[in-house]
Design a binder for this molecule. Structure first.
Ligand SMILES: *Cc1c(COP(=O)(O)O)cnc(C)c1O
Length: 382
């Protein structure tokens, strides 16, 4: 619990990211144990959090790396992930990024369009290499999550649509520097309704059937990530239900003999271990509401402004009677608000405020807007 570390936390300047490595280890262990029951392999999606101490734990628990930029591929390799456990996805891979990944002989390029296949083949040919690829297919499955983090609908920019597949297969016969090794799917993020994954399995089974009819054997099928976390009860449910998640795939996904199943989890592994710690600068009494103005803002955690997302907010310093506050940051934008009408104990200047479940898509999305300094990080139980 953060309150147990209050004395230590008080010695630090804010805003500050605080990571509980004990909780991270428990989460990673649980995910690996549950995946191992079925021989599933999990790649960690670096874009959720790429801090070196976090990556060291992820690596120590035998995860591979799922990257969406050349710098993420570089970061994974520099942090000890072996290239044969690195996959590279993304709709807009630049030539330089592709060349870097080719030079490092990564496990697989997850390709998102027929144009990309042509360019990748050209770049691989120039190096005399064969690139291992998976086709990222858009399965047209609704993830029932926020519209900005839904990726598996035909209206989204991601993946190859079903009706393009016959053309892509004939195109692949001409592309001699590509080796088709798998299929890839990723329908979105913060998915809490597991029936979305069941629908995904049904679609994947249909695509697998289609590829088999075309006499194509695939070494692996990659069903992406997206498992959600409980932003409302970070202490009640700190570890997501990996047991139910992997069991669902085991029940509904039809796997070919010898075929490997890959997952790419980001948020569910790292969200709960991170907290954004802040101090109250000012209290302002508005007409209908009180404002608690923090020294952290959307430059440190943009999720509320970008996705209207909820983060639990706690006052670690006060035990006074409760009141309601709009908890806002210092940035010159009205969207710079962490929560409206938040019930907190009476809050005063200098109180330490914890914004919970900030380990994923938090520190990686910080910016220097308003010429702000980048937030630092500390690690508990290192
Ligand atoms: C972001 C992303 C992931 C991870 O998603 P989470 O919701 O954090 O688990 C996995 N695969 C791809 C291709 C992604 O873009």
């Amino acid at each position: 619990m953060l309150k147990d570390h209050l004395q230590e936390l008080q010695q630090h300047d804010t805003p500050l990211y605080v990571y509980d490595l004990d909780l991270l280890r428990q989460t990673l262990r649980k995910a690996q144990d549950e995946a191992a029951r079925y021989g599933y392999q999990v790649h960690y999606a670096l874009k959720a959090n790429a801090n070196a101490p976090i990556l060291a734990e992820v690596k120590a628990h035998s995860f591979g790396a799922d990257c969406v930029s050349g710098n993420e591929v570089k970061c994974a390799i520099e942090n000890g992930f072996s290239p044969e456990h690195v996959v590279f996805a993304g709709v807009g891979k630049s030539d330089a990024e592709i060349n870097f990944a080719l030079d490092n002989d990564i496990f697989c390029f997850n390709c998102e369009s027929s144009h990309e296949l042509a360019i990748l083949n050209e770049l691989a040919a120039a190096k005399g290499k064969t690139a291992r690829i998976a086709l990222r297919i858009n399965p047209n499955v609704n993830a029932n999550t926020h519209k900005y983090i839904t990726t598996g609908l035909e209206e989204n920019k991601f993946g190859i649509n079903a009706w393009e597949l016959p053309d892509v297969l004939s195109q692949l016969q001409e592309l001699s520097n590509l080796k088709l090794t798998g299929l890839h799917f990723h329908i979105g993020s913060q998915i809490t309704d597991l029936s979305s994954f069941k629908n995904l399995c049904t679609r994947v089974n249909e695509f697998q059937e289609w590829f088999q009819q075309h006499n194509l054997e695939l070494e692996h099928v990659n069903v992406g990530g997206g498992l959600g976390v409980d932003y409302y009860h970070p202490d009640g449910q700190p570890i997501p239900d990996f047991e139910a998640y992997f069991a669902l795939f085991h029940q509904f996904l039809q796997v070919r003999p010898g075929q490997q199943v890959h997952f790419e989890l980001g948020r569910s592994l790292v969200a709960q271990c991170g907290t954004l710690l802040s101090r109250v600068l000012y209290i302002k009494h508005g007409k209908t509401t009180n404002f608690a103005i923090l020294d952290a803002g959307m430059t440190e955690l943009i999720r509320p402004a970008l996705y209207q997302s909820y983060h639990k907010i706690e006052n670690l310093s006060s035990q006074l009677a409760e009141d309601k506050y709009d908890v806002v940051g210092p940035i010159c934008e009205s969207s710079d608000c962490f929560g409206k009408a938040v019930v907190l104990p009476e809050t005063n200047r200098g109180d330490l405020i914890a914004i919970r479940t900030a380990g994923a898509y938090g520190q990686v999305m910080t910016s220097e807007y308003n010429l702000r300094d980048r937030a630092k990080a500390i690690y508990l139980h290192q």
